[in-house]
Write a protein that binds this ligand. Structure first.
Ligand SMILES: Cc1cc2nc3c(=O)[nH]c(=O)nc-3n(C[C@H](O)[C@H](O)[C@H](O)COP(=O)(O)OP(=O)(O)OC[C@H]3O[C@@H](n4cnc5c(N)ncnc54)[C@H](O)[C@@H]3O)c2cc1C
Length: 381
């Protein structure tokens, strides 16, 4: 029995369980094992079911669901397949700056197609020299007449190999040697000068591909600027605050799956003539996993509720992400120990996949160290 902080969460859980049995369980193993290639048909199926633009505003074709419902969606998808949760989370991350900072014309042009999965959006912030130090953008847009001419490279961009558009963070008109003012531009991938590549040999979350974007003398009218010049870093950080609760929800889903698998395995695996669930060593692992899970869930729901209320939630989002993702590492690790050989070999259980999928949750959308910086900064100022 999952704890719901809001009665609407149960409806989301029931819906996803039904969807998972029909659409996720038959394909997720194949999507995980296939050579890395963005699963367009699967993405469109998720879009058709309403899971791509779930939290996007209704007036632009989205589901209009609250944050608490959205993070429940991500938690439940992650329970069945974390990569599917990521496929659903990336478009919400990518269009957040469009929803909040774009012109009406830009919103009307992109949001309805992104909400249904017809267009694939990316969030292109990270560069080789701008990871945790995200403000250190080297990609540069020069203004030539009424166009931007953009040169640079983005790395680790979710769906960057398949995207139709990206919210690109870069400097506008400034030389590369200065500490830049970051700005945002909406770019489209079908123009000359844009190349997207799939990054190979990713450890987990393999169905949701990660790309590298190369921009060489890429031209786009200056009307594609998003918001105001120099405010891009603020837009990016505001986007990440909300997205971090989504990553926390991925962690919660992974914790729950690791726990459920462990309980059922411990009851059925016989050693020394009895189920291993009778052993105190195993019981303590289950107790610790269950407690980590519940604490992670509460921090995650708290952050989502604050966001729904329109209150400040940046600190709580970082605390939720930090705790829930580290809790998910703890839980999948204990699940591996309980399953032992049958956890390590993917043929026998899902634990090997949970182990691989979990790890990146502590890295993307701000590493655990960055979350600690944010948290400490809030307490020490
Ligand atoms: C699968 C995947 C998907 C991703 N998706 C996207 C995406 O869609 N869009 C996007 O823009 N980016 C994306 N990223 C990028 C991700 O956000 C960065 O990888 C992350 O922010 C860390 O940057 P980095 O890898 O350059 O590590 P670095 O910043 O080089 O960090 C290396 C180590 O140093 C530590 N460190 C750095 N600075 C500090 C500090 N000041 N104090 C303490 N420790 C510090 C870090 O915590 C880390 O342990 C993705 C990454 C991955 C792996």
């Amino acid at each position: 029995m999952r704890y719901n902080i809001d009665p609407r969460q149960q409806a989301v859980r029931d819906r996803i369980k039904e969807f998972a049995e029909k659409e996720i369980l038959p394909v997720y193993k194949e999507l995980d094992r296939a050579p890395e290639k963005f699963p367009v048909d699967y993405y469109r199926k998720l879009g058709k079911a309403g899971y791509i633009g779930f939290a996007m505003p209704k007036e632009y074709g989205g589901g209009g669901y609250s944050n608490i419902e959205y993070i429940t969606l991500i938690e439940e998808l992650a329970y069945w397949d974390a990569a599917t949760a990521l496929l659903a989370a990336v478009p919400e991350l990518a269009v957040y700056p469009i929803i909040h900072f774009a012109t009406e014309e830009q919103k009307k042009k992109y949001l309805p197609k992104c909400a249904t999965g017809e267009m694939i959006p990316s969030f292109a912030l990270t560069e080789r020299m701008a990871g945790s130090d995200a403000a250190n953008q080297q990609t540069i847009a020069k203004i030539v007449g009424n166009e931007f001419v953009i040169n640079g490279e983005k790395i680790f961009i979710m769906h960057g190999d398949a995207c139709d558009l990206a919210v690109l963070f870069c400097r506008i008109g400034e030389e590369a040697s200065e500490r830049p003012k970051v700005s945002a531009i909406i770019i489209e991938s079908n123009r000359p000068g844009f190349k997207g590549f799939t990054l190979k040999h990713k450890m987990g979350m393999r169905a949701a591909t990660t790309g590298r974007i190369e921009l060489k003398d890429y031209r786009i009218p200056i009307s594609y600027q998003l918001g105001e010049i120099g405010k891009g870093f603020r837009y990016a950080m505001a986007t990440l605050d909300g997205a971090r609760i989504g990553v926390a929800a991925q962690g919660v889903g992974l914790c729950q799956r690791a726990l459920d698998e462990s309980i059922s395995y411990a009851k059925s695996r016989i050693a020394f003539g009895a189920p291993i669930a009778k052993l105190q060593a195993i019981q303590w692992m289950i107790a610790d996993m269950a407690t980590q899970l519940e604490a992670a869930r509460m921090l995650t729901y708290k952050a989502a509720v604050l966001q729904d209320k329109g209150e400040k939630f940046s600190l709580e989002a970082s605390q939720a992400k930090l705790f829930a993702t580290e809790a998910s590492r703890f839980c999948v690790d204990r699940a591996m120990q309980i399953h032992s050989g049958y956890g390590y070999i993917g043929e026998f259980s899902v634990i090997e996949k949970l182990y691989r999928d979990q790890r990146v949750t502590e890295i993307y959308e701000g590493t655990s160290e960055v979350q600690r910086m944010v948290i400490a900064g809030n307490y020490l100022r």
